[in-house]
Write a protein that binds this ligand. Structure first.
Ligand code: ATP
Length: 245
Protein backbone atom coordinates (compact mmCIF):
# COMPACT_ATOMS: atom_id res chain seq x y z
CA UNK A 1 0.00 0.00 0.00
CA UNK A 2 1.22 3.49 -0.76
CA UNK A 3 -0.38 5.00 2.34
CA UNK A 4 -1.08 2.94 5.42
CA UNK A 5 -2.55 4.58 8.51
CA UNK A 6 -3.00 2.47 11.63
CA UNK A 7 -4.89 3.80 14.64
CA UNK A 8 -3.66 7.36 14.17
CA UNK A 9 -4.49 9.66 17.07
CA UNK A 10 -3.44 13.28 17.39
CA UNK A 11 -4.12 15.32 20.50
CA UNK A 12 -3.71 19.09 21.03
CA UNK A 13 -3.43 19.59 24.81
CA UNK A 14 -6.41 17.61 26.05
CA UNK A 15 -8.38 17.97 22.80
CA UNK A 16 -8.53 14.90 20.54
CA UNK A 17 -8.39 16.25 16.97
CA UNK A 18 -7.91 12.85 15.27
CA UNK A 19 -9.21 9.79 17.04
CA UNK A 20 -8.10 6.22 16.24
CA UNK A 21 -8.10 6.63 12.47
CA UNK A 22 -7.14 3.73 10.18
CA UNK A 23 -7.22 3.42 6.39
CA UNK A 24 -5.09 2.53 3.39
CA UNK A 25 -4.65 4.10 -0.03
CA UNK A 26 -3.39 2.02 -2.98
CA UNK A 27 -1.43 3.31 -6.00
CA UNK A 28 -3.78 4.99 -8.48
CA UNK A 29 -6.52 5.60 -5.90
CA UNK A 30 -7.83 9.14 -5.40
CA UNK A 31 -9.38 9.37 -1.95
CA UNK A 32 -11.52 12.34 -0.99
CA UNK A 33 -11.24 13.40 2.66
CA UNK A 34 -14.35 15.32 3.62
CA UNK A 35 -16.04 16.43 6.83
CA UNK A 36 -17.41 19.49 8.64
CA UNK A 37 -15.09 22.33 9.75
CA UNK A 38 -12.90 21.08 12.57
CA UNK A 39 -13.43 17.39 11.69
CA UNK A 40 -9.67 16.79 11.68
CA UNK A 41 -8.91 16.70 7.94
CA UNK A 42 -5.95 19.09 7.98
CA UNK A 43 -4.59 17.49 11.14
CA UNK A 44 -4.77 14.10 9.39
CA UNK A 45 -3.03 15.32 6.23
CA UNK A 46 -0.33 17.13 8.22
CA UNK A 47 0.25 13.95 10.22
CA UNK A 48 0.54 11.95 6.99
CA UNK A 49 3.03 14.51 5.68
CA UNK A 50 5.24 14.16 8.75
CA UNK A 51 4.68 17.78 9.82
CA UNK A 52 2.75 16.76 12.94
CA UNK A 53 3.98 13.86 15.02
CA UNK A 54 1.17 11.42 15.83
CA UNK A 55 0.31 11.20 19.52
CA UNK A 56 -0.13 7.48 18.87
CA UNK A 57 -0.56 5.17 15.91
CA UNK A 58 1.47 4.64 12.82
CA UNK A 59 1.75 6.06 9.30
CA UNK A 60 3.66 4.27 6.54
CA UNK A 61 4.42 5.71 3.11
CA UNK A 62 5.32 3.03 0.54
CA UNK A 63 6.12 0.79 3.50
CA UNK A 64 8.42 3.31 5.22
CA UNK A 65 7.44 4.32 8.74
CA UNK A 66 7.08 8.10 8.92
CA UNK A 67 8.54 8.30 12.43
CA UNK A 68 11.11 5.48 12.22
CA UNK A 69 12.32 6.11 8.67
CA UNK A 70 11.32 9.73 7.95
CA UNK A 71 13.74 10.49 5.11
CA UNK A 72 12.68 7.55 2.96
CA UNK A 73 9.00 8.18 3.74
CA UNK A 74 9.13 11.93 3.04
CA UNK A 75 11.12 11.47 -0.17
CA UNK A 76 8.08 9.69 -1.57
CA UNK A 77 5.38 12.17 -0.61
CA UNK A 78 4.38 15.67 -1.55
CA UNK A 79 2.06 17.71 0.67
CA UNK A 80 0.28 20.70 -0.81
CA UNK A 81 -1.09 22.79 2.08
CA UNK A 82 -4.15 25.00 1.89
CA UNK A 83 -2.26 28.10 3.06
CA UNK A 84 -0.13 29.31 0.16
CA UNK A 85 2.98 30.28 2.14
CA UNK A 86 5.83 31.14 -0.20
CA UNK A 87 9.24 32.77 0.13
CA UNK A 88 8.72 36.51 -0.32
CA UNK A 89 11.98 37.07 -2.21
CA UNK A 90 11.90 34.05 -4.53
CA UNK A 91 10.20 34.17 -7.92
CA UNK A 92 7.93 31.39 -9.20
CA UNK A 93 10.81 29.91 -11.20
CA UNK A 94 13.17 30.12 -8.19
CA UNK A 95 10.64 28.31 -6.01
CA UNK A 96 10.50 25.45 -8.52
CA UNK A 97 14.30 25.34 -8.85
CA UNK A 98 14.74 25.27 -5.08
CA UNK A 99 12.40 22.28 -4.68
CA UNK A 100 13.98 20.54 -7.68
CA UNK A 101 17.46 20.99 -6.21
CA UNK A 102 16.41 19.82 -2.74
CA UNK A 103 14.88 16.64 -4.17
CA UNK A 104 17.43 16.05 -6.95
CA UNK A 105 14.96 16.35 -9.84
CA UNK A 106 16.38 15.41 -13.27
CA UNK A 107 15.00 17.06 -16.33
CA UNK A 108 13.99 20.20 -14.43
CA UNK A 109 13.56 22.54 -17.43
CA UNK A 110 11.11 20.28 -19.23
CA UNK A 111 9.12 19.45 -16.10
CA UNK A 112 8.92 23.06 -14.95
CA UNK A 113 7.81 24.30 -18.38
CA UNK A 114 5.12 21.62 -18.61
CA UNK A 115 3.84 22.39 -15.11
CA UNK A 116 3.80 26.15 -15.62
CA UNK A 117 1.68 25.61 -18.73
CA UNK A 118 -0.53 22.99 -17.12
CA UNK A 119 -1.27 25.24 -14.14
CA UNK A 120 -1.59 28.41 -16.25
CA UNK A 121 1.32 30.21 -14.64
CA UNK A 122 3.00 31.02 -17.97
CA UNK A 123 4.25 34.59 -18.02
CA UNK A 124 4.54 34.66 -14.21
CA UNK A 125 7.81 32.72 -13.92
CA UNK A 126 9.73 35.83 -12.86
CA UNK A 127 7.05 37.20 -10.52
CA UNK A 128 7.46 37.37 -6.76
CA UNK A 129 4.61 36.02 -4.58
CA UNK A 130 3.56 39.56 -3.64
CA UNK A 131 2.72 40.21 -7.29
CA UNK A 132 0.52 37.10 -7.64
CA UNK A 133 -3.16 36.67 -6.88
CA UNK A 134 -4.19 34.23 -4.13
CA UNK A 135 -5.24 31.62 -6.69
CA UNK A 136 -1.90 31.95 -8.47
CA UNK A 137 0.01 31.55 -5.20
CA UNK A 138 -1.98 28.41 -4.54
CA UNK A 139 -1.01 27.10 -7.97
CA UNK A 140 2.67 27.79 -7.21
CA UNK A 141 2.40 25.73 -4.00
CA UNK A 142 0.88 22.91 -6.06
CA UNK A 143 3.52 23.25 -8.78
CA UNK A 144 6.23 22.94 -6.10
CA UNK A 145 4.62 19.67 -4.96
CA UNK A 146 4.34 18.29 -8.47
CA UNK A 147 7.72 19.31 -9.89
CA UNK A 148 9.27 16.20 -8.37
CA UNK A 149 8.11 12.62 -8.74
CA UNK A 150 6.27 11.69 -5.56
CA UNK A 151 4.26 8.49 -5.38
CA UNK A 152 1.98 9.90 -2.65
CA UNK A 153 0.25 13.26 -3.17
CA UNK A 154 -1.62 14.97 -0.34
CA UNK A 155 -3.75 17.95 -1.40
CA UNK A 156 -5.32 20.07 1.36
CA UNK A 157 -8.16 22.11 -0.18
CA UNK A 158 -6.49 22.43 -3.59
CA UNK A 159 -9.53 24.04 -5.20
CA UNK A 160 -10.17 26.91 -2.76
CA UNK A 161 -9.34 30.23 -4.32
CA UNK A 162 -9.24 28.92 -7.88
CA UNK A 163 -11.52 30.33 -10.57
CA UNK A 164 -13.95 27.98 -12.36
CA UNK A 165 -11.46 27.30 -15.15
CA UNK A 166 -8.68 26.75 -12.61
CA UNK A 167 -10.91 24.27 -10.76
CA UNK A 168 -11.58 22.35 -13.99
CA UNK A 169 -7.87 22.25 -14.80
CA UNK A 170 -6.88 21.22 -11.28
CA UNK A 171 -9.39 18.39 -11.59
CA UNK A 172 -7.55 17.21 -14.73
CA UNK A 173 -4.17 17.64 -13.02
CA UNK A 174 -5.22 15.43 -10.11
CA UNK A 175 -6.85 12.82 -12.37
CA UNK A 176 -3.73 12.63 -14.55
CA UNK A 177 -1.50 11.96 -11.49
CA UNK A 178 -3.91 9.23 -10.39
CA UNK A 179 -3.83 7.62 -13.83
CA UNK A 180 -0.03 7.73 -13.66
CA UNK A 181 -0.21 5.60 -10.48
CA UNK A 182 0.15 8.08 -7.61
CA UNK A 183 -1.80 7.42 -4.40
CA UNK A 184 -3.71 10.64 -3.81
CA UNK A 185 -5.67 12.20 -0.96
CA UNK A 186 -7.69 15.37 -1.51
CA UNK A 187 -9.52 17.27 1.20
CA UNK A 188 -12.24 19.59 -0.05
CA UNK A 189 -15.62 21.04 0.77
CA UNK A 190 -16.55 21.06 -2.94
CA UNK A 191 -18.43 17.81 -2.77
CA UNK A 192 -19.54 17.63 -6.40
CA UNK A 193 -15.87 17.76 -7.45
CA UNK A 194 -14.87 15.18 -4.87
CA UNK A 195 -17.63 13.00 -6.26
CA UNK A 196 -16.34 13.51 -9.81
CA UNK A 197 -12.67 12.80 -9.29
CA UNK A 198 -12.38 10.49 -6.30
CA UNK A 199 -12.38 6.72 -6.54
CA UNK A 200 -13.23 6.57 -2.82
CA UNK A 201 -14.36 8.92 -0.07
CA UNK A 202 -13.56 9.04 3.65
CA UNK A 203 -15.93 11.13 5.78
CA UNK A 204 -14.59 12.41 9.12
CA UNK A 205 -16.53 14.03 11.93
CA UNK A 206 -15.12 15.16 15.29
CA UNK A 207 -11.83 13.37 14.67
CA UNK A 208 -13.33 10.01 13.75
CA UNK A 209 -13.83 8.23 10.48
CA UNK A 210 -17.58 7.81 10.07
CA UNK A 211 -17.70 6.48 6.50
CA UNK A 212 -15.27 5.01 3.95
CA UNK A 213 -16.11 3.68 0.49
CA UNK A 214 -17.15 4.57 -3.03
CA UNK A 215 -20.05 7.00 -3.33
CA UNK A 216 -22.28 4.09 -4.42
CA UNK A 217 -21.20 2.07 -1.36
CA UNK A 218 -21.81 4.96 1.01
CA UNK A 219 -25.24 5.57 -0.54
CA UNK A 220 -26.22 1.93 -0.13
CA UNK A 221 -24.99 1.85 3.49
CA UNK A 222 -26.57 5.07 4.78
CA UNK A 223 -30.19 4.46 5.70
CA UNK A 224 -32.58 5.98 3.16
CA UNK A 225 -29.72 7.32 1.02
CA UNK A 226 -29.99 4.95 -1.96
CA UNK A 227 -29.32 6.87 -5.17
CA UNK A 228 -28.18 9.97 -3.25
CA UNK A 229 -25.33 12.20 -4.30
CA UNK A 230 -22.33 12.83 -2.04
CA UNK A 231 -23.77 16.01 -0.56
CA UNK A 232 -26.96 14.22 0.50
CA UNK A 233 -24.91 11.34 1.95
CA UNK A 234 -22.68 13.83 3.80
CA UNK A 235 -25.67 15.59 5.35
CA UNK A 236 -27.23 12.29 6.32
CA UNK A 237 -24.19 10.66 7.95
CA UNK A 238 -23.13 13.82 9.79
CA UNK A 239 -26.66 14.22 11.17
CA UNK A 240 -27.50 17.42 9.28
CA UNK A 241 -30.07 15.98 6.93
CA UNK A 242 -32.93 18.52 6.71
CA UNK A 243 -35.25 15.75 5.56
CA UNK A 244 -34.37 12.49 7.38
CA UNK A 245 -36.04 9.23 6.27
P1 ATP B 1 -11.65 22.80 8.20
O1 ATP B 1 -12.68 22.13 7.34
O2 ATP B 1 -12.24 23.96 8.96
O3 ATP B 1 -10.38 23.14 7.50
P2 ATP B 1 -10.40 20.45 9.46
O4 ATP B 1 -11.29 19.25 9.32
O5 ATP B 1 -9.26 20.55 8.55
O6 ATP B 1 -11.31 21.76 9.39
P3 ATP B 1 -8.46 20.64 11.63
O7 ATP B 1 -7.82 21.89 11.13
O8 ATP B 1 -7.73 19.37 11.48
O9 ATP B 1 -9.93 20.47 10.97
O10 ATP B 1 -8.83 20.85 13.15
C1 ATP B 1 -9.39 19.80 13.93
C2 ATP B 1 -9.61 20.30 15.34
O11 ATP B 1 -8.34 20.47 15.97
C3 ATP B 1 -10.35 21.63 15.45
O12 ATP B 1 -11.24 21.56 16.54
C4 ATP B 1 -9.25 22.62 15.73
O13 ATP B 1 -9.71 23.68 16.52
C5 ATP B 1 -8.23 21.78 16.49
N1 ATP B 1 -6.85 22.27 16.25
C6 ATP B 1 -6.23 22.32 15.06
N2 ATP B 1 -4.97 22.78 15.20
C7 ATP B 1 -4.81 23.04 16.52
C8 ATP B 1 -3.73 23.55 17.30
N3 ATP B 1 -2.56 23.88 16.76
N4 ATP B 1 -3.93 23.68 18.63
C9 ATP B 1 -5.12 23.34 19.21
N5 ATP B 1 -6.18 22.84 18.51
C10 ATP B 1 -6.02 22.71 17.19
Amino acid sequence: MSISVERLTRVYGDFIAVDDLSFEVAPGEIVGLIGPNGAGKTTTLRSLAGILRPTSGRVRIDGHDLVGDPLEAKRRLAFMPDEPHLFEYLTVDEHLRLVARLYGVDDFERRARALVNELELAGKERSLPGALSRGMRQKVVIACGLVRDASVLLFDEPLTGLDPIGIRRMRETILARGRAGAAIMVSSHLLHLVEEICTRVIIMDRGRKIADGTVAELASRAEGAAGSNLEQIFLRVTGHDPDPP
